[in-house]
Structure formats: structure tokens, C-alpha cells
Design a protein around this ligand. Structure first.
Ligand code: GLU
Length: 283
């Protein structure tokens, strides 16, 4: 099948070594791009400088090349584009859709603690009055920028996104956006200055991504990302969420599964051909 102009990307964060699950994700995108005669891009999501390490970035380039993947050079590194994310943040602020949140993590948890299934992400707060805000700013208190979700949803109106794969409950096709689960999501962190969702939508648009191929763990994130695209006037890619691989303990593969890192597999004599075949791709 040839899909004209197909572009996808693999977007790892260099916070640890890549494991089999990453390999599956990258190979899925790579195979899609190849089948469509399209483009496969690599993006290093390294804005969280509290967790990202240069040695993990070096390792991921090496591991992906070992796996037999080829991506357009150079890979996009998010830390090279911080001004663009700030500009997008500024646009949302100018639209009156952001507010400063001075709450600590504990205060946020306390605020949602009484809610059933209270989740950190589901926090809904409020804009401070001008006098209180001015005095806290003058005192140099750190703050995060949060999206005023209700106002953002009203402005954007009803939205949908195209799921070409499957969500965790089999969701497929044109799906209505319901960003409520994300709450007043943080778009600029106190410590890091920017947050994941905003950087992802800016970069998916910048890179002309037509289909986002990624694990099902990010399915819920799509709702808020689609909302941000609409607010910023960015094009909406299609999404193809794939199942997550599980580790020997039956739980989803994660950094704790050291034996499943591409490094460890390679050290134990695994060849890229054998790994590709095991993951269901032509060796
Ligand atoms: N950087 C994210 C991660 O490693 C993936 C972002 C995405 O694919 O949208 O989990």
C-alpha cells in the first residue's frame, strides 16, 4: 500500500536503556513507513533534564542502528528547540487559557485526595486573584503553568481523533476527544520549564507527522494532545497505538527488566535478525 506523504516518528526519552518494548515500537513505525514509501524520523525527547542523561542518548542511537533501523539525519533533539515550546506556551497564555499554579506536589495530592480514584493528572485548580498572584511572584515563589481545561474545551468545541490501532479497551476509528481525565494539565513544569504534551504537539506538527505510532500507554495522552493541536491551530495526525510487550513477570516491560534491554540481549548473543523475527518482523 502506498500512502503518499506518510511520515511517522519514534520519540524515545533518554532516561534509561531501550528495551524490547522500545524495539517493538520503533520497528512498528519503521515497517509502516517502509510499506507506505514514507519517512521514518527519530526524535529525542530530552526536555526533562532532571531525568535524561547523555549516555542514554548515545546508547539509543547505537541500539537502534544495531536493530537495523535507519532514520533521517539529523534526529530532532527537543532541548535544541526550547524557544519554540515557550512560544506555543505564550500563545496559549495570550489566549487566556493558562494560569499560574504555585501549589506543591503535596498540596495538589491533598486537593484531589478526597476525590474517588483521585489521580495527580485529574487536578482542577483555579486562577489566583491578581493581588495574591502578584505577591507570590514578588516573593519569588516557583510556579507551573496549567491549562484551564474547561475554558480550553469550550473554546475548541467538540473534537475527535483518528485511531488506526487500538486503545486499551479496543477503541478504534474516529474517537471523540474527552480531555477531562487530564485535568488542568501542567504545560510548563516548575523545574523544567516545559512539559511533555506541549513539546510533543509542537514537534509532531513541525516534523509533518501524519501518523503517530506509539504504545497504548500513551493512548490517554492523545485526548489532551488533540485539544492542544486544535487550540494552537496545528494539524492532527492519525494515531496508531500498539499493544505493550510484557516482561517475564507478566507485567508491562519497564526499566526494571534489565535483562530485556537491547544491550543485555546483545551481550547475551542475540542477533538483530533474531530479535526482529521474535517481535514479528521480517528478519
Ligand atoms: N517520549 C515519550 C516516551 O518515551 C513518547 C512520546 C510519544 O511517542 O508521543 O514515552
Amino acid at each position: 500500500m502506498s500512502v503518499r506523504g506518510y511520515v511517522t516518528r519514534f520519540a524515545p526519552s533518554p532516561t534509561g536503556l531501550l528495551h524490547k518494548g522500545h524495539a517493538f515500537s520503533a520497528l512498528t513505525g519503521f515497517a509502516r513507513a517502509k510499506a507506505a514509501g514514507g519517512r521514518f524520523l527519530l526524535r529525542i525527547e530530552d526536555i526533562d533534564f532532571t531525568r535524561c542523561r547523555p549516555q542514554f542518548e548515545a546508547a539509543l542511537f547505537e541500539d537502534l542502528a544495531w536493530l537495523g533501523l535507519e532514520w533521517e539525519q539529523p534526529a530532532l533533539r527537543q532541548s535544541d528547540h526550547l524557544a519554540d515550546y515557550s512560544a506555543a506556551l505564550g500563545r496559549l497564555e495570550a489566549m487566556g487559557l493558562l494560569y499560574r499554579c504555585f501549589k506543591t506536589r503535596k498540596e495538589v495530592l491533598d486537593a484531589i485526595g478526597s476525590a474517588p480514584h483521585g489521580r495527580m493528572e485529574a487536578y482542577r485548580g483555579r486562577r489566583l486573584g491578581p493581588a495574591e498572584e502578584a505577591s507570590r511572584l514578588a516573593a519569588g515563589e516557583p510556579f507551573a503553568w496549567r491549562l484551564a481545561l474547561g475554558e480550553a474545551q469550550r473554546l475548541a468545541g467538540p473534537l475527535s481523533f483518528e485511531e488506526a490501532g487500538e486503545g486499551p479497551r479496543g477503541e478504534h476509528g474516529a474517537l471523540p476527544v474527552d480531555a477531562g481525565g487530564a485535568g488542568d494539565v501542567v504545560l510548563a513544569r516548575k523545574d523544567v520549564g516545559i512539559a511533555y504534551h506541549l513539546a510533543v504537539v509542537v514537534d509532531d506538527a513541525r516534523q509533518g507527522v501524519t501518523e503517530v505510532v506509539r504504545g497504548r500507554d500513551l493512548f490517554e495522552a492523545t485526548h489532551i494532545q488533540r485539544l492542544l493541536q486544535a487550540l494552537l491551530g496545528l494539524p492532527a495526525p492519525a494515531y496508531r497505538h500498539h499493544p505493550l510487550l510484557s516482561g517475564p513477570d507478566g507485567r508491562r516491560l519497564a526499566k526494571r527488566d534489565r535483562a530485556e534491554t537491547l544491550r543485555a540481549l546483545r551481550a547475551n548473543g542475540m542477533t538483530p535478525e533474531a530479535l526482529r523475527a521474535e517481535l514479528g518482523f521480517d528478519a
